[in-house]
Design a protein around this ligand. Structure first.
Ligand SMILES: Cc1cc2nc3c(=O)[nH]c(=O)nc-3n(C[C@H](O)[C@H](O)[C@H](O)COP(=O)(O)OP(=O)(O)OC[C@H]3O[C@@H](n4cnc5c(N)ncnc54)[C@H](O)[C@@H]3O)c2cc1C
Length: 404
């Protein structure tokens, strides 16, 4: 589409059509609330900007995607997690959780990023209430009395428009937030995540494995079998030098290393696909809302992937922001009004705090070989195994259903 003059004033502009931006647009857009999504990557180009990663979706996320009409579009792509097995390398025992004890058909699902990203983008492109401008870049933003003045570049053309509410969902680096003077609180975990799809000799039986090692947590998430190949998604957390070393190793040297860390539980790993490596940090924007502006997804907070909570939390944020924006329209308020945005902050503050705390605690407790930590770790696993109320709360939280 082109930015014609009659469209230079927009109620809502979303910057970034990744998981967070696309989900928010779908949740917020309606007859009375048209949304413009500005996305740097062209639709249908390569993998659409989504890498070889997969994302664990909680049961709560499934329910949200059902309400947005996205779940059905994913078809058979999400692989159900029927059981989670947690273990501590070098120690016997561990703890496991089964979907049966929760009374749900699955504890969660694993979906490949390019599949989820593609489905979200298609839904956005098909919506009659959303205009998708891609490839296009937001190059600058500045406050004006009506909201935010945005400069958007598309090819050789640069155009300005005014948005009553600008939603920055432009990822963890968010240069636009930096340009607006919004800082970030950063905590490096001094770990990298090596991510790849792996082939397994035998079926994973829909079990997700989480194993804590002296280097950091290691997760193997079940993926659908393709052409007879049993597949899983690997997230291998390591100190930076070891992660970079493992990125360079040939498959013949790498697989025995991986197998040693994982043990024999899930059978033999027979192959590994394209690898990617991500530095891990907890990063939080110093402000998530200003008059005419809100931050969502990684732009608002980036979490360690150990508990698979980053996007699940971001999606709950998206729904909450969309909810207050809808309510504001009914009350005749501007969506960028600070009283509206403060309502969103108040609603999500507790969820964000507890999810971030829970994830950070897991990383700290389950990384490193310190004897005291190892003792706490074993106690924690034992408590989860033996204490039903604690177990229920833990799983409910991991499923995105309840709170501590
Ligand atoms: C290894 C790893 C494993 C993970 N596993 C899980 C998991 O199992 N479960 C889970 O819930 N979460 C997981 N996460 C977190 C999850 O990946 C993130 O929460 C999610 O990707 C955030 O998406 P986003 O839309 O905020 O950002 P991004 O995916 O970074 O999207 C930002 C978008 O904005 C666009 N953009 C940027 N700047 C501009 C601009 N100026 N103009 C226009 N467009 C722009 C980009 O092209 C991009 O499409 C994991 C993260 C990592 C690193």
């Amino acid at each position: 589409m082109s930015l014609t003059s009659d469209k230079r004033e927009r109620p809502i502009v979303v910057v970034g059509g990744g998981f967070a931006g696309a989900s928010f647009a779908l949740a917020a857009a309606g007859q009375e609330t048209p949304v413009l999504v500005v996305e740097a990557i062209a639709p249908g180009g390569g993998d659409g900007g989504f890498d070889a990663r997969s994302t664990a979706l909680s049961w709560g996320t499934r329910r949200i995607f059902e309400s947005l009409g996205v779940w059905d579009d994913l078809g058979a792509a999400p692989c159900p997690i029927l059981r989670i097995e947690v273990s501590d390398r070098g120690h016997l025992g561990g703890v496991s959780f089964d979907h049966g004890e929760q009374g749900q058909e699955a504890l969660g699902y694993v979906v490949e990023n390019h599949v989820l990203g593609g489905a979200l983008r298609e839904k956005v492109a098909a919506s009659e209430h959303i205009d998708l401008l891609a490839p296009a870049n937001l190059t600058s933003a500045g406050p004006v009395p009506e909201g935010m003045k945005l400069s958007i570049r598309r090819g050789e053309n640069e155009q300005d428009l005014i948005a009553a509410l600008t939603v920055l969902a432009d990822g963890g680096r968010s240069p636009i937030a930096a340009q607006l003077g919004i800082g970030r609180q950063l905590k490096s975990y001094e770990q990298h995540a090596l991510v790849a799809n792996v082939a397994l000799e035998k079926s994973h039986r829909n079990i997700a494995y989480e194993r804590f090692t002296e280097h950091g947590p290691l997760a193997l998430l079940p993926l659908p079998t393709v052409e007879g190949v049993h597949r899983a998604s690997l997230v291998w957390t390591l100190p930076e030098p070891l992660a970079l070393e493992n990125m360079e190793l040939g498959e013949a040297e790498l697989l025995p290393r991986l197998q040693r860390e994982f043990g024999p539980g899930m059978g033999r790993v027979t192959g590994i696909g394209r690898r990617a490596c991500f530095p891990l940090q907890l990063s939080r924007a110093s402000e998530q809302a200003r008059p005419g502006l809100a931050l969502l997804g990684n732009a608002a907070h980036t979490l360690h992937p150990v508990a698979g909570q980053g996007f699940n939390l971001a999606l709950r944020d998206c729904m909450a922001l969309a909810g207050v924006v809808r309510e504001a329209r009914e009350r005749g308020l501007w969506p960028g009004d600070m009283s509206v945005l403060q309502g969103y902050i108040d609603e999500q503050e507790f969820d964000q705090e507890k999810t971030i705390l829970f994830t950070d605690l897991l990383v700290n407790l389950f990384s490193g070989k310190n004897a005291a930590k190892a003792g706490f770790r074993r106690l924690g696993l034992l408590a989860l195994d033996l204490l039903p109320p604690m177990r229920r709360r833990f799983v409910s939280n991991a499923m995105g259903l309840g709170s501590f």
